[in-house]
Design a protein. Structure first.
Length: 248
């Protein structure tokens, strides 16, 4: 390599909480655009099918196990990616933690765990993403929200509390980081998503799939890609996605 030749680093998209539905679809969408995708879940083994599918389609992926609630693990994750993989251009926080309990049946352990998964882990993700993006003055950070981000329903005290907190985090980060070139967005996913859980537990709702009555993970992923591609003078902060039959 000649001295004046610059090394071209890989563009990386990190998906924290790359499950079998939305998170996996997001990872595959960015991989199709040439990004090296780093999907994470609690265990690396659970990511094997997703990584294999991406690679078989000609994409690049490195699945990593990580507990997003652990500060040292998250610091090590982002440091490793920057050192060994490439420049982190996109970070998607996609951990769900949806539970439903009557308020008198919501234990302190449940409330704390849901908050750790859906809110505290989001904070750690956002902070570490900001740390690597700020020196380059560019990047996209997307937080996946839910119906519970906007209104608390019966039995969703823990989930709503955590999702409200995540939305506030996204708003605060957007105001701080936007002027510095980083696009922070919050996506409200309001409705049932095409997953095995919905198919097995809510067959009546799943039956509406052919009518566009439940969210297609690939269509959600497409909107995340479009968020990343928006010009700075037309950034969306909050994106609301719902099937046509869902009430506001």
């Amino acid at each position: 390599m000649q001295q004046n030749e610059k090394t071209v680093r890989q563009k990386v998209a990190v998906v924290i909480g790359a499950g079998d539905s939305t998170g996996g679809a997001i990872a595959k969408r960015f991989a199709r655009e040439g990004y090296t995708v780093v999907p994470t879940r609690r265990t690396q083994e659970s990511l094997t099918p997703l990584v294999e599918e991406i690679e078989q389609s000609g994409g690049k992926a490195l699945g990593l196990g990580c507990d997003a609630r652990d500060e040292e693990s998250m610091w090590a994750l982002f440091s490793r990616i920057e050192a060994e993989v490439g420049d982190i251009e996109v970070v998607v926080f996609n951990i769900g933690a949806n539970v439903r309990f009557a308020i008198t049946e919501t234990t302190a352990r449940v409330y704390r765990k849901v908050w750790e998964m859906a809110a505290f882990a989001g904070f750690l993700t956002g902070r570490e993403a900001a740390r690597v993006m700020l020196p380059r003055a560019r990047g996209t950070i997307i937080f996946t929200g839910a119906t519970a981000s906007l209104r608390g329903g019966t039995g969703f005290a823990a989930f709503s509390g955590a999702k409200f907190a995540l939305r506030a985090l996204a708003q605060s980060m957007a105001r701080e980081l936007g002027p510095q070139g980083i696009h922070v967005a919050h996506a409200v996913i309001d409705g049932a998503i095409d997953t095995a859980f919905i198919r097995e537990n809510f067959p009546d709702r799943y039956a509406l799939k052919e009518q566009g009555g439940i969210l297609n993970p690939n269509h959600i992923a497409e909107q995340y890609w479009q968020l990343h591609m928006q010009p700075r003078d037309s950034w969306t902060h909050e994106l609301d996605l719902r099937p046509w039959l869902e009430n506001f």
